[in-house]
Design a protein around this ligand. Structure first.
Ligand code: C2E
Ligand code: CA
Ligand code: CA
Length: 442
């Protein structure tokens, strides 16, 4: 959001200056910069931060390079526009520090090359009618140097603050593991008849001082530090212990348990052995356990991933592909993985009634799942209208706030006995779903 506003302000400032100095091409370039800033704001408003940072990582180096070509400083003065390459390189490296090689290394490296080239050569356009006027260029040298130094200072301060928070969180996580402070919540999963058929176990960290820390804040850090291994093992043990309790009660015997497995946890050499051990010790029926993987694991080391999945599938454990549609896995290899289920990501469900292409993707995922013989579950179902459209499209399982948020085990038990799947504003079209929900108790 902040970068969008700053970009728009810079675009407006320089754009106006170039209109006044009769440089229409440069003014037009800054209109493009303003449009980029507006795009960033719009993406941030849509909470599409990944798309925003991807756009910025490509557009900014390009814009800086083109600006350098037009930055024709007077004799004896060094141009300074290229200094912004340093901020983009450092900022990009910081934002994508846990990303892939291209974003983490290639783009920052290209920025550094751009910095070196434009610092040491006079490469660029030299037509006086097109480039920045000499008197403006002389001021630009100072403004560019000062703004680049301010940008770098801010990035270093943010990196430092981030490092302190991560160190503190790491210490707190280690304490939480040792003290057994984590808890599990369960979000019910419903079939097309409105019956609770299973639950997804979701970790909760109620911290004495910091309150409830959302998993999205500590799981990525745990992945980076390796703490995800003990945390993931705890989740699996706790979920299996709960599943074992459900299995001995006639009214909960049918329930399955979905457990999230993160990439670094799955890549541990002893992952398969660890899961087998936990399942064996808990005594649960392996086919009641569903392990959720994300598409990121379907890109590299495909053969090793398939082998691990097959070993656990052989003892009965089911596999589910979480957040489907958000990653970049190739559809052509999907059939090779021993999957039982695909979960449509909640981003598609959220926008499918307002965004035609999201609806098309959702329908395509459901058709694909049917063709591959996979069960399809829609996540993040929040409204009866979304439920309607999903049912029409052929979806058979649902999970979302429309039914219930993730709840502790006491509330989950109550939900099963009262059938109180939280349905906000039930639509008349679901008259049949309501009683069916109530049947989940029986
Ligand atoms: P996820 O696996 O995609 O889990 C679903 C997330 O969507 C949960 O957030 C859930 O509370 C939320 N959700 C459920 N229904 C709705 C809805 O109708 N609307 C919206 N907007 N959200 C809904 P939560 O619990 O905060 O978990 C976030 C993520 O953290 C999970 O996403 C998963 O990736 C990760 N996570 C949670 N527990 C574990 C765990 O035990 N192990 C691992 N490795 N990751 C976990
Ligand atoms: Ca999940
Ligand atoms: Ca998900």
């Amino acid at each position: 959001m902040g970068s969008g506003i700053i970009t728009i302000l810079i675009g407006m400032g320089w754009g106006t200056a170039f209109v006044l100095f009769d440089r229409p091409l440069l003014a037009a370039m800054h209109v493009v910069l303003i449009a980029f800033g507006v795009c960033l704001l719009w993406l941030a408003y849509q909470r599409r931060l990944k798309a925003a940072s991807l756009l910025a990582a490509h557009f900014l180096p390009l814009f800086i390079a083109v600006s350098c070509l037009f930055d024709n400083v007077p004799e004896g003065v060094h141009r300074a526009t290229q200094m912004h390459f340093l901020s983009v390189a450092l900022g990009g490296y910081f934002v994508y520090r846990s990303g892939g090689i291209y974003m983490k290394y290639v783009i920052p490296a290209l920025c550094l090359v751009g910095f070196a080239v434009f610092s040491n050569t006079s490469i660029g356009i030299h037509d006086p009618a097109l480039v920045i006027p000499e008197n403006v260029a002389a001021i630009g040298v100072w403004t560019n140097t000062i703004t680049a130094v301010i940008e770098l200072t801010f990035i270093v301060l943010i990196m430092n603050a981030d490092l302190s928070v991560r160190r503190m969180m790491d210490v707190e996580m280690r304490k939480a593991i040792a003290n057994g402070d984590f808890a599990l919540h369960y979000q019910p999963q419903f079939n097309d008849a409105g019956v609770v058929v299973g639950a997804e176990a979701l970790i909760r960290w109620p911290h004495a001082k910091m309150g409830n820390i959302p998993p999205a804040e500590f799981i990525p850090l745990a992945e980076e530090t390796g703490l995800i291994v003990p945390i993931g093992n705890w989740v699996l043990r706790a979920a299996c212990a709960q599943l074992a309790q459900w299995e001995v009660q006639p009214e909960t015997r049918h329930l399955t348990m979905s457990v999230n497995v993160s990439a670094s946890q799955f890549r541990q050499p002893d992952f398969v052995q660890g899961v087998c051990e936990i399942v064996r010790l808990s005594g649960v029926t392996p086919s009641k356990l569903k392990l959720e993987l994300t598409e990121s694991m379907f890109i590299d080391n495909i053969e090793a991933t398939i082998a691990k999945m097959n070993t656990l599938r052989a003892i009965g454990i089911l596999w589910s592909l979480d957040d489907f549609g958000t990653g970049y896995s190739s559809l052509s290899v999907l059939h090779r993985f021993p999957l039982r289920q695909i979960k449509i990501d909640k981003a598609f469900v959220r926008d499918m009634l307002t965004n035609r292409s999201n609806m098309v993707v959702t329908e395509a995922i459901i058709t694909l799942a049917e063709k591959l013989g996979l069960q399809v579950l829609a996540e993040g179902v929040e409204t009866p209208q979304q439920l309607d459209r999903l049912r029409e499209a052929g979806c058979v399982m649902y999970q979302g706030y429309l039914f219930s948020p993730p709840v502790d085990i006491a509330a989950f038990g109550k939900l099963l006995t009262t059938g109180a799947g939280k349905i906000a504003e039930p639509a008349p079209a679901h008259a049949e779903l309501q009683p069916a929900l109530l049947r989940s108790a029986s």
